[in-house]
Design a protein around this ligand. Sequence first.
Ligand code: EPU
Length: 353
Amino acid sequence: MSLSPSTPATAVSVELPMERGASLRSFNSFGLPSNAQTLVRIRSTADVRRVVDHPELGRAPKFVLGGGSNLVLTRDVPACVLKMEIEGIRLLHTHEDAWVVEAGAGVVWHDLVAWCLDHGLPGLENMALIPGTVGAAPVQNIGAYGVELKDRFESLDAVDLVTGRTVTLDAAQCRFGYRDSIFKQGLAGKSVITTVRLRLPRPWTPMLGYLELERKVLETGISAPDARQIFDWVCAIRRAKLPDPAVIGNAGSFFKNPVVTAEQCRDIIGRDPHVVHYPLDDGSFKLAAGWLIDACGWKGKSIGRAGVYEKQALVLVNRGGASGAEVVTLARAIQESVYGRFGIRLEPEPVVV
Ligand code: EPU
């Protein structure tokens, strides 16, 4: 179609692709049943502004959906669900001490890690295969095998869901913590991340401090692996003990690793000397939630159609046709038994709706 000069250019693009009552089952990695009041696919920053300016959707509550890999849906979502599909990856800057890569919020995180390696840009390899999208990565400051998103972060753009204004935030403004950021606190539900920029330090240095990677170095005799080798190791480690959501519904780690004081840690060691714990810089200790759950005998157990994964007790799985309520019932039972035995309250990592 060709537009005559008098045709407003916006006439062909104002229609927002929206679906009423859309099923979210295939958009959450647990595969839980739930419908959105309205689903809108967001393919650009302009699309977000169009939602904000829309006479009906502008006023509706919003729910931002990335890869749906950190989500437990227990009911229908009475909101305008923004499904983030902003694509695009590019090398933005080459500085002497870093490369800066920019990616759209809808890019699959692992695809970004692979793209960077394919383009000679190492630095994200320890975070290979983390499920979810680039836009969701800063929300919970994803991390694995000794590297967190905040260690590779430059800035992000987010659009305010009330005013439609775009803001750029640096790492300090994002207030990153362990599986935490301002997007889970003060900005929760108030803005949507559209673009993320990552800073990959030059020269690249391998991050091999994590026990399982140290083991790979010993097993293979490769003491100076390149980034591709580390990527392959991380993929192999994850595939060996974490279920593929395409095969078994799950949301990765279901609980955060609890952080306790030195005194609490001594108390827990008194209850079981084998408890896996790591000292943190501030004198507190991080406990392995998977170990605590495993020690309570949950590995491989189920309640209804929700279960605890056989190879990693920190991961809850959908054994087929589970409801969100069944997952929550299982999670509560685990929390109660860990509290009863160790006096520790486990905090869920995924968002429960
Ligand atoms: N453990 C057990 N039994 C289990 C599971 C774990 O005894 O069933 C013990 C392990 O032997 C190990 C310790 O617990 O000594 C820690 O386990 P692991 O190294 O597998 O790491 P994690 O603490 O369970 C965290 C992240 C993962 C990330 C890995 C690797 C959290 C909540 N989880 O898991 O992130 O991949 O470290 O860095 O911080 C995610 O967030 O979805 C996720 C998968």
